[in-house]
Design a protein around this ligand. Structure first.
Ligand code: IMP
Length: 176
């Protein structure tokens, strides 16, 4: 069940605007490719890239997800790869939430092997207390405690991605 609204719609928009300003300043002199990690980051990705004042290349990558649980399996498989050549480019990986960091660490390693000039990570949410691997986040919207959240792209068993705000979700008997 949706337990508590943690981040209101206008607060999310404010966080994204601040991130866009920071990233805009960082984009000077770069040859950027913004890579969205599907599916969860897609709402954040469109809102963020539309606020940038630089023209950027966009692409999409999809790693395996949790399925109908709230715990990471720890093994990440690639479902969909990017289609642009990132060699020599400045890559910005855009992620919805960094929990254990396992997904992101795998995606970063995979993309680095293709010889981009730089790789940076942009995350809307981070749960630092849950981290299992040390992965550098260059731009972070907001840190949250160890709670399972849905909305603004984040799901539980593929539901609730469309909510414009972020809620804590607690699985109930209806999810069994
Ligand atoms: P990690 O590999 O444990 O860092 O998990 C990364 C992925 O798990 C994210 O891209 C999300 O898709 C998903 N995830 C982690 N925490 C949550 C959450 O609280 N709600 C919904 N999805 C989550």
């Amino acid at each position: 069940m949706l337990k508590e609204r943690l981040i209101a719609e206008d607060k999310i928009q404010q966080i994204i605007s601040t991130l866009a300003e920071e990233i805009d300043a960082d984009l000077e002199g770069r040859d950027p490719v913004f890579i969205c990690i599907l599916k969860g980051a897609v709402f954040f990705f469109t809102a963020l890239t539309q606020r940038l004042h630089h023209g950027v290349v966009v692409d999409f990558i999809q790693a395996s997800s949790y399925g109908a649980t709230t715990e990471s399996s720890g093994t990440v498989t690639l479902v969909k790869d990017v289609t642009v050549d990132i060699a020599g480019k400045d890559v910005y990986i855009v992620e919805d939430i960094v929990d254990t960091g396992l997904t992101l660490a795998d995606v970063v390693a995979l993309l680095r092997a293709r010889h981009p000039r730089t790789v940076q990570v942009v995350a809307l949410l981070s749960k630092p207390s849950r981290r299992k691997v040390d992965v550098a986040l260059d731009f972070v919207g907001i840190e949250i405690e160890d709670r399972f959240v849905v909305g603004f792209g984040l799901d539980f068993a593929e539901r609730f991605r469309n909510l414009p705000e972020i809620w804590e979700y607690v699985p109930g008997p209806e999810d069994a």
